[in-house]
Ligand binder design. Structure first.
Ligand code: GLV
Ligand code: MN
Ligand code: MN
Length: 405
């Protein structure tokens, strides 16, 4: 794949260069980690970084580091991710990566002489859309995800993470906590498209992040009796689709009972999946979030209890397994104040979406910048950033990074 970028390009023009990669006929992006699309983007990033004279290395967890200056402990680090959810927007992840590269151009144009090194990082599998665990790269880096468990993870086609990483040149035997890499992050600043309406309502282009909402994923397996659609009388069935459909209703009802809780079923898979087949099993996934982690736990308890009752009513059983969990985290207050001082007038926003910055925050001072999204929509092709705001985001990031360097 050859993507050429004009020297001195703006964020909007660089995003144009990669706009065709992994875009489906519905306008949504499918860039799962180490798919052809995401690998093309990783290759594009390496070429863009090298064209800028940055030294690029890929660490044991598949995180790409592009260094302005020599690799060192306590460096200033920025960046985001290039993978997407199924049917995602153009900006979730790539905006922060592109803005980081262009911010380096801007700092050079301004004659910034850094007193320490700066790295742009690209985290693999931030979305967890291929292997089910959100922020997988930063979890491996920080030791929050055990390498044995990671290696065994399966994608939808039954490929293990170990095989997929190996196929992309990452030796799965070396996955795992990387204190030396972590020590290189003195401070982390992730720029990201805002995934809600906060900045639209405030009529401001850029915000500083203050916290990231706790989020978790639970897999529910509803098991019944596979059978024939024509010969099995309605009263003789143990149909897990009927049970699972009732469970989906109760997920939304239970979340509504807790103030400001969010619970979503975005993936629902009857097996084996035939029009004239009563399914034998349904797998469905609940994404649940609340500021108070105890409320999220209570919400999931409520869903699990109701799911057991509903499954029993339809002659089925249900198993609930937590696949991933991130508590609500406050981003670093001191770093947030330093960044806010470099972006005068920027509002402060909490994030309802998860980010690698939230995982890193437990280990190193981390903060975020959010860029206005006029649609207020994300994880959808309607996610949007005006060209002027995308371009300004690199100037603002250059102000912030230049000020912190
Ligand atoms: C990622 O955007 C998430 O919040 O799931
Ligand atoms: Mn996302
Ligand atoms: Mn993201």
């Amino acid at each position: 794949l050859t993507v050429t970028t004009t020297a001195g390009a703006s964020v909007s023009r660089v995003l144009d260069d990669i706009a065709g990669i992994g875009r489906g006929s519905d306008g949504g992006y499918r860039r799962p980690v180490f798919s052809t699309a995401e690998r093309d983007l990783r290759g594009w990033f390496v070429a863009e970084a090298e064209r800028r004279g940055l030294d690029v290395e890929t660490d044991r967890n598949g995180i790409i580091w592009a260094w302005w200056g020599r690799p060192m402990d306590g460096a200033l680090v920025t960046g985001s991710h290039l993978d997407s959810v199924p049917g995602g927007g153009a900006f979730d992840g790539p905006l922060g990566v592109v803005a980081a590269l262009v911010a380096i151009d801007r700092m050079r144009e301004r004659g910034v002489v850094p007193s320490r090194s700066l790295a742009v990082v690209v985290f693999p599998e931030e979305e967890g859309s291929r292997f089910g665990i959100a922020c997988l790269g930063s979890r491996l880096l920080t030791g929050l995800l055990a390498p044995d468990a990671a290696r065994r993870l399966l994608d939808r086609d039954g490929n293990t993470l170990a095989d997929v990483f190996a196929g992309s040149g990452i030796d799965p035997r070396h996955l795992g906590p990387d204190p030396a890499a972590l020590a290189r992050i003195g401070q982390f600043v992730e720029l990201h498209v805002e995934q809600g309406r906060g900045l639209v309502d405030l009529d401001a282009p850029i915000a500083v992040g203050s916290s990231i909402l706790g989020h978790g994923r639970w897999k529910l397996t509803v098991t019944g009796q596979g059978n024939h659609a024509g010969t099995t009388l309605m009263h003789d069935r143990a149909d897990p689709v009927v049970a699972a459909a009732a469970i989906v209703g109760v997920v939304a009802e239970t979340a509504l009972a807790f103030d400001d809780a969010r619970a979503t079923v975005g993936r629902f898979e009857p097996h084996p999946g035939g029009t004239n087949v009563i399914a034998s099993r349904v797998d469905l996934w609940v994404d649940a979030r609340h500021e108070d982690d105890a409320v999220t736990a209570a919400l999931i308890d409520g869903i699990a209890t109701a799911a057991g009752r509903l499954a029993g009513r339809h002659g089925c059983t249900v198993e609930v397994v937590r696949e991933s969990w991130s508590p609500t985290v406050g981003l670093d207050p001191a770093l947030g104040r330093a960044v806010a001082a470099l972006v005068p007038g920027a509002p402060v926003l909490r994030s309802g979406a998860g980010h690698d910055a939230g995982i890193l925050a437990a280990s190193v001072p981390s903060t975020m910048l959010f860029v206005r999204n006029p649609s207020g929509i994300s994880h959808s092709p309607e996610e949007f950033v005006e060209r002027a705001d995308a371009d300004v985001s690199a100037d603002v990031l250059a102000d912030v990074l230049g000020g912190l360097l």
